[in-house]
Design a protein around this ligand. Structure first.
Ligand SMILES: Cc1cc2nc3c(=O)[nH]c(=O)nc-3n(C[C@H](O)[C@H](O)[C@H](O)COP(=O)(O)OP(=O)(O)OC[C@H]3O[C@@H](n4cnc5c(N)ncnc54)[C@H](O)[C@@H]3O)c2cc1C
Length: 469
């Protein structure tokens, strides 16, 4: 029973609880029992209320109330975002989609699934196994991140080289607008040019234009063969040639081409580090290469033959294919356990820049040189999705004040403008990169973004202050 004093106007918490009940609407004290992030530096969740809708109608009710009161809200998925997109303040209402976690249907013939926004990516993959299918999005945070969050960030990940980014994997979706209007656009067709493609409004817009509740996803047949290897290379030119060689050799079967600079590989495989090195640690670059297909014998022979050719021709200096499931997991952990960097160095500024592959080597040399001029002891760890033109750069210079952060960001971001790069390939803008958005988007683009925001969310309640002010 909720007692309400009618002589005073109801607070937002009271209004939400009166409409949805205390099971769905938690108090700030209850919310504070939970974490504010599933990434490093976690603090308790600080908010005015935490809403846990069980269905689209609950969410629409909550948003109607918040819209009428001009109450800011922050959509929460798996909280694995690394750019401050889910930062919630004491005056904001957090809305977590975690209870909307059902795979509603799988259409094996048409290779589609309808899923709710709170489904954890790994749970979806596990669910689809029995259907012989999979959803071709894979990222290190798969055990926590949710489909709604993946869509709202247009996540890229480890297989974008073959399957594209999340935008390419969503056929339709349902979202609730700031005023509580439900827009159900659950298209399941590969081609549908009947008017505007409305789902694009919500993909990659970081919860600023609507809250995603359900989606129609494109599925693939589960591969029956997977071949994985570490390669060692002695120059960046060799890495580019190897990428092109792998594309020609494996065609559509090439899923992953992850490049590590020596600094990252050495850290992860140092004697005190978490992993043994699959290959000696003195090469300039390493590649984690993977193919997936449907003809196990043929695929394995092709993989081995191609690696042999690359070795004989001197394209690669060494290679180590995974021979077992254990080796496969060991290889991937070296790539995925990025938070190890934080256990050795603090603070770490992380970047996920996008740039032409041909410019990568010069760019990394330039930023290292400039960072060293400012902080002679600086360490830079570089790795990432080279095949997609996307690098992760981790910078640690021992200082963490706002001036240092700004200077590091300036040194990392500004050189991108002259080589046609972007300040973010996949993590998004959130709070952390909004001061630099003008480097990657021109005034007309920024103005159109603001026009869309004003049209869809006139009171600016959805993730206020994220992406831009
Ligand atoms: C170890 C690690 C590895 C990572 N690797 C990658 C990678 O390879 N590629 C990559 O792209 N990212 C990567 N990320 C970043 C992160 O996992 C992705 O951005 C992911 O898609 C976020 O999903 P989430 O459910 O955790 O979303 P959250 O962090 O909860 O939210 C992210 C954004 O989406 C909004 N949002 C969440 N749910 C909804 C919804 N239902 N409707 C509208 N808006 C919503 C939030 O408000 C926020 O703006 C990694 C993160 C970690 C910690």
């Amino acid at each position: 029973m909720i007692w309400i004093n009618l002589s005073k106007p109801m607070s937002i918490l009271q209004q939400l609880q009166a409409a949805l009940g205390p099971e769905i609407v938690w108090t700030p004290e209850q919310a504070a029992q939970r974490k504010s992030s599933n990434w490093v530096n976690t603090t308790p969740l600080n908010c005015l209320a935490l809403v846990l809708p069980q269905n689209t109608e609950d969410l629409a009710t909550a948003l109607k109330i918040c819209h009428a009161a001009k109450q800011p809200v922050v959509p929460h998925g798996g909280l694995t975002n690394v750019v401050g997109s889910v930062v919630t303040q004491a005056h904001e209402v957090a809305i977590s989609l975690e209870r909307m976690n059902q795979v509603e249907s799988v259409d094996a013939l048409n290779h589609t699934a309808v899923v709710q926004a709170g489904v954890v990516l790994q749970d979806l993959q596990d669910y689809l196994k029995s259907h012989g299918l999979f959803f071709p999005l894979d990222l290190g945070a798969k055990g926590s991140c949710m489909i709604g969050g993946n869509i709202a960030t247009n996540a890229g990940g480890l297989q974008a080289l073959r399957y594209g980014v999340t935008r390419n994997l969503v056929l339709g979706l349902e979202a609730v607008l700031a005023d509580g209007t439900v827009v159900s656009s659950l298209n399941s067709l590969a081609k549908n040019n009947a008017g505007y493609d409305l789902k694009q409004l919500f993909i990659g817009t970081e919860g600023t234009l609507g809250i995603i509740t359900r989606a129609v996803l494109k599925l693939e047949d589960r591969p029956t063969s997977r071949n994985t290897a570490y390669l060692a290379l002695d120059s960046f030119e060799a890495a580019i040639e190897m990428l092109n060689f792998a594309k020609k050799s494996f065609g559509n079967a090439l899923t992953t081409f992850e490049l590590f600079w020596q600094d990252y590989y050495q850290l992860m495989t140092s004697p005190d580090g978490p992993h043994r090195p699959p290959l000696p640690r003195d090469h300039a670059y390493y590649v984690l290469l993977e193919t997936a297909g449907y003809s196990p014998t043929f695929d394995q022979e092709l993989f081995q033959d191609s690696l042999e050719k690359a070795l004989v021709s001197g394209l690669i200096a060494d290679a180590c294919p995974a021979q077992s499931q254990q080796e496969y997991e060991w290889f991937w952990r070296i790539r995925e356990q990025v938070d190890y960097v934080f256990t050795v160095h603090q603070p770490v500024f992380i970047f996920d820049v996008s740039l032409p592959i041909s410019k990568m080597e010069g760019y990394i040399e330039e930023i290292k040189r400039d960072l060293q001029k400012n902080w002679p002891e600086v360490k830079v760890f570089t790795f990432g999705h080279m095949g997609d033109g996307n690098l992760h750069v981790y910078v640690t210079c021992g200082e963490n004040d706002a001036t240092t952060r700004h200077r590091v960001e300036e040194l990392v971001f500004e050189p991108l403008t002259k080589i046609g790069g972007s300040i973010t390939a996949e993590h998004g803008v959130g709070l952390e990169k909004k001061a630099w958005l003008h480097l990657s988007r021109n005034p007309a683009e920024l103005a159109l973004m603001k026009t869309l925001k004003a049209a869809l969310d006139p009171h600016g309640i959805l993730n206020r202050g994220k992406v831009f002010d």
